[in-house]
Every structure is written in structure tokens, then in C-alpha cells.
Design a protein around this ligand. Structure first.
Ligand SMILES: [Mn+2]
Length: 247
């Protein structure tokens, strides 16, 4: 069977009953029948998820069991931590066998060099956030996140998550869609200098984007998955085509 991959990000699910959760479940449902072999979750799938609290596992149990179904169909799932879903290894990797990534990765898929990431590290000017990102991953904060009771973690987290979403929308409105797009391209150039790729797939900035630019005289395609809060999108890579598709 030929590999076929689908990428989604920034769904920002607050519960499993909301319309986008149903849409997401329907999408997951049809993946194995349509021959998809790989699912890439590019972060901020949930509006809040911290560590392995049963609080979150219960809240989104339908989605977790759908992930298990996909694995039973032989699909491989990768989950990139976002800034709303953190410390995923204890549950998603250790218990569910999903590959968790905290940083960008470069892979070969169908002979194409692809860089994949959530995208929250793409803006070097965003020092406050980059500090916060570091802080949230320190041992002490991870310890608290894992050991404080679920309801407390969720209350603190929901306040932070609301602020963060407002911040992302604020940035987009303050600097404009074009400046966000310029940041995407600048980031692609910097990342390319580290390790070249033909395709970059990211999320986080909440601006749907699909453009091919020239870097070092090579065509590089940059995809941003936008947010399901505006318009549900997914990106797929198959042998015949690679497309950004409305869900
Ligand atoms: Mn994000």
C-alpha cells in the first residue's frame, strides 16, 4: 500500500460535543477507508491538554478511542505539542503509542523532504512567548502539571489558554495577515538554511496559507493549516497530489 498522510492543527477543541469535534471525528472515521496511513496532529488540537490527567482523557474519551481505532487499522499517528497541548508523552506516547514531538522534525515522505512543526518557535522576536515555552517545559513546571489535581490544572490552564488564543488573534489583527505570511516565509528561509526541505507544514499562526517560494534557487512549498475556529482545513500528501483541503 502506498503511504498517504493527512495533517491537521489548531482545532482548539474545548469539548467533544461541539460541532468541530463532530467534524473531526467524522474526518478520523473515514481515514482508514480512504487509504490514509499517517495522521499528523500539528498541535493545539485541544484547547487545553496537560500531561496524563484523567480529567482530559475523560473529557475527550471519544477522540482518544478514535485514535485507538485508527491504530488498530494500522495507521501511524504523530502528535506535535502545541502551546495549548503540553507534556503529552506520559499519556499519548507511553500509553497510546502515538509518536510525540516537542520540536520540528524533518522526514522523507513519498520521496519528498518535509519539515513538520507546530510553529510556535517560528518568531524569533516573540521573546516573551519563547521564555514561556521554555518555562512550561522545565522540570518543576512539568512536575506541577503532572501532580496537581486535574481540576486545578484545568482551571489555571483554561485561563492561560484563553489568553493565548486571544494573543494569537491579536497578533494577526495587529500586524495584519500579510506580515504573518512574511513571518512564515522568513521562518522557512531560516529553517531551510539549517536543513533543506521541499515542503514545510505548520500551524499555530491561524492563517491558512499555501504558497511556493524560491529558496536557494529551489522551489519550497509552505503550508499553514490555519485554524478550525475560522475554517476547518487539512493538508494531505498522496502519490498523485498534495493538497490543502477544506473539511
Ligand atoms: Mn499554537
Amino acid at each position: 500500500m502506498q503511504p498517504r498522510a493527512i495533517f491537521v492543527s489548531d482545532i482548539h477543541l474545548g469539548s467533544q460535543d461541539e460541532p468541530n469535534a463532530k467534524k473531526f471525528l467524522q474526518l478520523l472515521d473515514r481515514l482508514p477507508h480512504e487509504g490514509f496511513t499517517h495522521l499528523f496532529l500539528l498541535g493545539d488540537i485541544f484547547d487545553l491538554w496537560i500531561a496524563d490527567h484523567t480529567y482530559f482523557a475523560k473529557r475527550f474519551e471519544l477522540i482518544l478511542s478514535k485514535f485507538r481505532d485508527l491504530q488498530a487499522h494500522g495507521m501511524e499517528i504523530h502528535y506535535f505539542e502545541g502551546n495549548h497541548d503540553l507534556d503529552l508523552r506520559p499519556l499519548f506516547e507511553k500509553q497510546l503509542g502515538i509518536f510525540v514531538h516537542e520540536e520540528a522534525i524533518n522526514i522523507q515522505f513519498l520521496g519528498k523532504k518535509v519539515r513538520i512543526e507546530h510553529g510556535d518557535q517560528m518568531d524569533p522576536d516573540d521573546r516573551d512567548y519563547l521564555f514561556l515555552r521554555w518555562l512550561l517545559r522545565t522540570r518543576i513546571v512539568r512536575f506541577l502539571g503532572r501532580h496537581l489535581p486535574g481540576p486545578i490544572v484545568s482551571r489555571i490552564g483554561e485561563a492561560a489558554s484563553h489568553k493565548s488564543r486571544k494573543y494569537t488573534t491579536g497578533v494577526r489583527q495587529a500586524i495584519g495577515k500579510e506580515s504573518v505570511e512574511k513571518k512564515l516565509i522568513d521562518h522557512a528561509r531560516r529553517a531551510y538554511a539549517e536543513e533543506p526541505f521541499e515542503l514545510l507544514v505548520a500551524g499555530h499562526v491561524h492563517v491558512g496559507f499555501d504558497e511556493t517560494v524560491q529558496i536557494d534557487r529551489h522551489d519550497v512549498r509552505i503550508i499553514n493549516l490555519g485554524t478550525w475556529l475560522d475554517q476547518p482545513l487539512a493538508f494531505e500528501i498522496a502519490t498523485t497530489k498534495s493538497d490543502l483541503i477544506p473539511i
